[in-house]
Design a protein around this ligand. Structure first.
Ligand code: GDP
Length: 174
């Protein structure tokens, strides 16, 4: 199986996206104290590919606080175990909080897919292009996928991209 980290500042639509992908209601808003490396949000199996979706402690803090130095380290080390990260941003706004998440993704070796969410809000699709261009310069993303988690638009390419970076599990039947 493979590990998929969903990262992004609050309110970009991470839980909405996961609810669509996993097809079930998740209660990731009521987070338990972060005692584990990853908080497992859900598991999806499709053919030989099993993806375990995880949240990463310390990734989504908006305010830099003293504790964050520790949290930053924890976030970075937690991310080391993942096969692919999905970095969710809101097409409406790129903020300093997004910048901080990007920074935490920093030296990550695994591929990072950029999910540009809430495109259903755009009236003029052309207007998205300069924004995508700006985002593409932020980091070498494995893929940049505009989508709408709320309307379920363009989720298949995201799932396909995630699947490409996950190891296939092999089952032996004695
Ligand atoms: P999270 O904090 O990143 O998990 O964000 P949520 O999934 O809780 O979403 C935050 C808000 O954005 C909610 O009001 C969602 O309904 C809204 N939202 C999420 N995805 C979309 C989308 O694709 N389009 C629009 N218009 N709103 C969205």
């Amino acid at each position: 199986c493979g590990f998929v980290a969903i990262v992004g500042r609050p309110n970009v639509g991470k839980s909405t996206l996961l609810n669509h992908i996993l097809g079930q209601k998740l209660s990731i808003t009521s987070r338990k104290p972060q005692t584990t490396r990853h908080q497992v949000l859900g598991i999806k199996t499709e053919g030989p590919i099993q993806a375990i979706y995880v949240d990463t402690p310390g990734m989504h803090e908006e305010e830099p606080r003293a504790i964050n130095r520790y949290m930053n380290k924890a976030a970075t080390s937690a991310l080391k175990g993942v096969d692919v990260a999905v970095f969710v941003v809101d097409q409406m706004a790129w903020t300093t909080a997004d910048e901080m998440v990007l920074e935490k993704l920093g030296s990550l070796k695994c591929p990072v897919i950029l999910a540009v969410n809430k495109v259903d809000r755009i009236e003029n699709r052309e207007a998205l292009l300069p924004h995508l261009d700006m985002l593409s310069r932020k980091r070498d993303f494995a893929e940049i996928i505009p989508l709408s988690a709320l309307k379920g638009m363009n989720l298949a390419p995201l799932e396909e991209a995630v699947g490409r970076f996950l190891p296939q599990s092999v089952h032996f039947y004695p």
